[in-house]
Ligand binder design. Structure first.
Ligand SMILES: NC(=O)c1ccc[n+]([C@@H]2O[C@H](COP(=O)([O-])OP(=O)(O)OC[C@H]3O[C@@H](n4cnc5c(N)ncnc54)[C@H](OP(=O)(O)O)[C@@H]3O)[C@@H](O)[C@H]2O)c1
Length: 284
């Protein structure tokens, strides 16, 4: 069985990746408690001892506003931490897979971004993720960068957008949600499956990897409440100007999986179908 070393296994995406990848690989899991990606020696030692065929680098500081308030932490983990993982892949001859974000684009496009659009990150989180990608590309010749967007998943531990909307909608009669930020909500299980199906291809490079469709946060929230069967809360569409947040968000983060299309791969399913499936598992 080939070995795969996975950072950030305890995160939202990690929880979807591990059970699936276990079907084909011997998994060597890592997270903050065990190996800090900022510790170059520790990550080098760990990966070189393990001698994995693949390293799936999921670990990151993903709180966009926290990154804005603490750039040292963001660049230390997301950029230099990724450099450390890439150096270990270089030494151990492992193929690296890195997850980036639709937030690296400037958001001015009217339609979903494709892999050939230029990056122009607007906030520290996106800049740190993009710098991580550049460092990996400078060091390695065999790598995948999977770009995704507005991830949801994690079940009962869900403290991100879907979990928060459900919790708040159950406890209030009115929720104000922005209708001027657009993305492609993506189920972690679907992203994990696409990476699992593609990682053996040897077709290294950059791939957008998001569920199909483009919606704003208000429209997504309407679907969340419908799927969760919540009827006692009215959603009100508002402008993002109402919420002063530390980090600027691009207006558009949605992704079109253009490189997969060009390869003739089946499209990933629509975000709303995936969301309904996910919320069903939360209620199970
Ligand atoms: N969430 C999204 O919407 C989204 C969209 C596009 C791309 N991505 C990318 O997808 C990947 C997975 O995202 P996610 O949502 O699963 O993130 P997540 O839930 O925040 O998980 C990230 C994991 O990395 C760990 N971590 C943080 N700092 C670390 C360090 N210094 N060393 C080792 N581990 C560390 C975290 O531990 P702690 O929890 O203890 O800090 C956490 O377990 C990330 O690379 C992210 O940038 C996410």
């Amino acid at each position: 069985m080939d070995r795969i070393y996975i950072t950030g296994v305890k995160g939202m995406l990690g929880r979807a990746v591990v059970p699936l990848f276990r079907e084909r690989y011997e998994i060597f899991p890592a997270d903050l408690g065990e190996t800090d990606v900022r510790d170059a020696d520790a990550i080098m030692g760990d990966i070189c001892r393990t001698k994995p065929r693949f390293v799936l680098h999921l670990a990151a500081i993903t709180d966009v506003d926290a990154c804005e308030k603490n750039p040292d932490e963001a660049y230390g983990v997301n950029a230099l931490g990724t450099r450390n993982v890439a150096l270990a892949c270089q030494r151990s001859d492992a193929v690296m897979a890195y997850i980036s974000t639709g937030m690296v684009y400037d958001g001015r496009k009217e339609t979903p971004y494709v892999e050939f659009d230029p990056a122009c990150p607007l906030n520290v989180y996106a800049r740190s993720k993009y710098q991580g990608e550049i460092m990996m590309k400078d060091l390695l010749s065999r790598f995948y960068t999977f770009y995704s967007c507005w991830l949801f998943g994690g079940g009962i531990a869900d403290k991100k957008f879907v979990g928060r909307i459900i919790e708040r909608a159950r406890n209030t009669s009115e929720l104000r949600v922005v209708n001027d930020k657009f993305g492609s909500p993506t189920y972690t299980v679907d992203l994990a499956k696409r990476m699992f199906d593609f990682i053996e291809s040897g077709l290294y490079g950059k791939y957008h990897c998001a569920n199909a469709g483009c919606v704003n946060r208000f429209e997504m929230s309407l679907e969340i409440l419908k799927a969760a069967g919540i009827t006692g809360c009215r959603l009100v569409p508002v402008s993002s100007d109402e919420f002063a947040l530390p980090a600027a968000r691009p207006r558009m983060e949605a992704l079109r999986n253009y490189n997969f299309e060009l390869l003739g791969l089946a499209p990933m399913r629509n975000w709303a179908d995936a969301l309904n499936d996910y919320i069903e598992t939360m209620n199970a």
